[in-house]
Design a protein around this ligand. Structure first.
Ligand SMILES: [Zn+2]
Ligand SMILES: [Zn+2]
Length: 236
């Protein structure tokens, strides 16, 4: 296809998705890109949860092990849904299929977490510049803008930057993830701000923790984090 034809095909898809992005059921042009049935299948993280990290802790009296390795800079984190097969497809559509408008749907359960208000500043986790160029956008930026549209919170996409590219975290152990992102960010212009970091998925929180440390060192008054999905705990 010529670049023009490609752009046109993209525009058609954008105007008339026709089918739910995760199940293929037909949807109208004015409908959300993920049908209500698929949205209803997303599983919220159950209560009770750790007050700090939001990890469900059924009757666990010990200090939370999930957020124990996090630095004090990361005050609080919440995720809307578990990263199960259905949620994973929604994230995939946002990240790899170029359906950035799907962020409008993903933002709805994220707003319900109550982390974002007009008093907070939304700071998306930056992508490696190379990956950003390849994808054409940063999925965390798009999510942050969708959250902003619903809450009136400002988005700051320049407060946090990458100092270096980091290899993908997918195959790494929690310890290796922390080492992988150490010193990966630089922050400026956040003195006194109540920052809420935005990302699509929380796995161990290593990236959010490193970003929070950097923002706190740059003078942020507090740093929280909100993600659409959270990795399912390993099965015992
Ligand atoms: Zn569907
Ligand atoms: Zn915790």
């Amino acid at each position: 296809m010529t670049p023009f034809a490609e752009a046109l095909a993209g525009a058609e898809r954008w105007l008339l998705p026709g089918a739910c992005l995760t199940c293929g059921a037909s949807v109208g042009p004015a409908d959300p890109l993920i049908c209500p049935l698929c949205q209803s299948r997303w599983r919220r993280l159950p209560e009770p949860q750790c007050a700090r990290c939001g990890q469900p802790r059924p009757g666990d009296p010990d200090p939370c092990r999930f957020c124990a390795p996090w630095p004090p800079a990361l005050d609080r984190a919440r995720s809307a849904v578990w990263l199960d097969a259905t949620a994973r497809e929604a994230v995939h559509a946002l990240k790899y299929a170029g359906w950035w408008r799907v962020a409008e749907v993903l933002a709805v359960p994220m707003v319900r977490l109550g982390m974002v208000t007009s008093e907070t500043v939304l700071v998306p986790i930056p992508l490696n510049p190379k990956r950003r160029r390849r994808r054409g956008y940063n999925q965390a930026d798009v999510l942050a803008r969708a959250l902003a549209a619903r809450t009136g919170a400002p988005v700051d996409t320049v407060a946090l930057g990458r100092t270096r590219a980091t290899p993908t975290q997918t195959a790494l152990t929690p310890e290796a993830r922390r080492a992988n992102v150490a010193g990966a960010f630089a922050a400026a212009g956040v003195r006194g701000a109540r920052v809420v970091l935005v990302d699509d998925v929380l796995t161990t929180g290593a990236t959010l923790a490193e970003a929070a440390t950097t923002l706190a060192e740059a003078g942020a008054a507090s740093v929280g984090a909100v993600t659409f999905a959270r990795a399912l705990p390993p099965v015992h």
